[in-house]
Ligand binder design. Structure first.
Ligand code: NAP
Length: 273
C-alpha cells in the first residue's frame, strides 16, 4: 500500500503534506509507536505531535524504526501553555527535539494563545527559525484577534495556524482572515472524534459519493483549503482517512454542510483566550 497524498506550499516556500497523522492518544499511549510505524508503511509522512501529548519519545522511536529518510518526513511539535516565555520555550523546544530524536523540527507551533508571554514565546520561535533548527513556525488556536496582536511584533509571518475545523466547528471569517494573510490553515479533529458519524446529512452524502462519513468530513476540511491530521491507531482507518483525494464535494453538498455549525468542539474555544 502506498497512498498518494498531495502537498501544499507554505508562505516560506516549504512543502508540507496535505494530510497527516495526529498522535494525541491519551488512552492508547502503548499503541502510538505501532500506529506511527503503520502510518509510515502505508504512506503517511506528516506527523502532528506535541509535548503535552506525552508520547514524543515513542513517536521519535517509531520514526527512526520506520526506515523513511528524514527529508521525506514532516514532523510538527508544539510548545505547551506551561512553557510560554522566551527561555522556557527554548528549553521546551530542545526537549521535544531530543525526545523525538531529531536534529531539526519541520514545524513548531505555539499550542494555545495563553494570555501571558505570547510575544516572548513568538520571539523564541523566530529565534529557533533563524537558527535553522525549525524549518517553519506557526501558531495553533489563534483567531483573528490573536493574529492581529502577533502581527504588531512579528518579524516572521506564521506559516501555519492549526485550529479545530469541521462543519460543526466552522467560523468562515476566521478561515478567511488566515487566507487573506497567506497563513496555511491546518484543521484538527476533522472527524470530531467520531461524534457525528451517524449525522443524517453525512450518511446521505456518504451514500451518494460511495464514501464513509469520516471521509466526507475529511474531504470537507480539505475543500476549505486546509491541511488536516485525523488521528487513528488503526491502519485500515488511516488508509480510509487518506483516500479523500479522488472525489470532490459539489457546490450543493457544500451548501448542505455549511449549515451544520453547532459549535461542537473537542477542545477549548479560542474565543475564551
Ligand atoms: N492544536 C490543538 O490544540 C489540537 C487539539 C486537538 C487535536 N489536535 C491534533 O489533531 C489530531 C486529530 O484530532 P483528534 O485526535 O482530537 O480527533 P479526530 O482526528 O477528529 O478523531 C480521532 C478519533 O476518531 C477515530 N477515528 C478516526 N478515523 C476513523 C475512521 N475512519 N473510522 C472510525 N473511527 C475513526 C479515532 O479512533 P481510533 O484511533 O481508535 O481509530 C479517534 O478516536 C490530534 O491527534 C492532534 O494531533 C490538536
Amino acid at each position: 500500500m502506498n497512498l498518494s497524498i498531495p502537498s501544499v506550499q507554505l508562505n516560506n516556500g516549504i512543502s508540507m503534506p496535505a494530510l497527516g497523522l495526529g498522535v494525541y492518544a491519551p488512552e492508547q499511549q502503548q499503541e502510538v509507536g505501532q500506529a506511527v510505524e503503520a502510518a509510515l508503511a502505508v504512506g503517511y509522512r506528516l506527523f502532528d505531535a506535541a509535548a503535552i501529548y506525552g508520547n514524543e519519545k515513542e513517536v521519535g522511536e517509531a520514526l527512526r524504526q520506520g526506515g523513511v529518510s528524514r527529508n521525506e518526513l514532516f514532523v510538527t511539535s508544539k510548545v505547551w501553555i506551561d512553557d510560554m516565555g522566551f527561555d522556557a520555550t527554548m528549553r521546551a523546544f530542545e526537549k521535544s527535539l531530543q525526545d523525538l530524536s531529531l536534529d531539526y523540527m519541520d514545524l513548531y507551533l505555539i499550542h494555545w494563545p495563553k494570555d501571558q508571554h505570547r510575544k516572548e514565546t513568538w520571539k523564541a520561535l523566530e529565534s529557533l527559525y533563524d537558527q535553522g533548527v525549525v524549518k517553519s513556525i506557526g501558531v495553533s488556536n489563534y483567531y483573528q484577534k490573536h493574529l492581529e496582536e502577533l502581527f504588531v511584533y512579528a518579524n516572521v509571518c506564521p506559516a501555519i495556524n492549526q485550529i479545530e475545523l469541521s462543519p460543526f466547528c466552522y467560523l468562515p471569517e476566521e478561515l478567511d482572515f488566515c487566507k487573506q494573510n497567506n497563513i496555511q490553515l491546518e484543521g484538527y479533529a476533522p472527524v470530531v472524534r467520531g461524534q457525528k458519524k451517524d449525522h443524517p446529512v453525512l450518511v446521505d452524502l456518504a451514500r451518494k459519493y460511495g464514501k464513509s462519513t469520516y471521509q466526507i468530513l475529511i474531504r470537507w476540511v480539505i475543500e476549505q483549503g486546509a491541511v488536516t491530521i485525523p488521528k487513528s491507531i488503526h491502519p485500515e482507518r488511516m488508509i480510509e482517512n487518506a483516500e479523500v483525494f479522488d472525489f470532490v464535494l459539489d457546490t450543493d453538498d457544500l451548501a448542505r454542510m455549511a449549515v451544520l455549525y453547532d459549535n461542537t468542539r473537542v477542545a477549548w474555544d479560542p474565543r475564551d483566550f
